[in-house]
Design a protein around this ligand. Sequence first.
Ligand code: SB7
Ligand code: NI
Length: 183
Amino acid sequence: MLTMKDIVREGHPSLTTVADEVTIPLTETDKQLLGDMLQFLKNSQDEEIAEKYQLRAGVGLAAPQLGINKRLIAVHFEDGNGKKYSYGLANPKIVSHSVEKAYLPSGEGCLSVDRNVEGYVPRHARVSIKAISMDGEAIKLRLKGYAAIVFQHEIDHLNGIMFYDHINKQNPYFIPENAKPVE
Ligand SMILES: OCN(O)CCCc1ccccc1
Ligand code: NI
């Protein structure tokens, strides 16, 4: 099982590298990796398992965070309306997005960042994403709100982008005029 020792931290080159697309159909190795990443997220959200293995709770994980430069992500969370998202995805791509921006009023964190970084992270308010699911099917997701934020955070990792790269250096709490908080 994956634990925190498998997650690379700031300074590791994988976090600032553009990851490679994986071959489709998915190899057994890549399928297994997506399964392990999804299981890590579920474990990290289980009070007993997280305590036992000292896991930091995570709603998403990208392969570069394991030092693996492949375009693979997993997400496991429920949005503010109780909609559940649980996916292992290969080669996810933002195919369209809103002009409008959005941000989490509480800011963002990252399993690969062992410190608090204050400030708003402006992102697209709505995104359409195409990807290959771990079952091998081509899927398209139209996301808004918290789900849009999480998926963008994960896809950023595939492009070597960290959440704090989006925070305004002069004023971390600067809000672009067309940006709305995600409640
Ligand atoms: O890359 C995933 N990871 O570092 C866990 C945190 C994910 C995450 C946290 C805040 C807002 C969006 C996504
Ligand atoms: Ni992260």
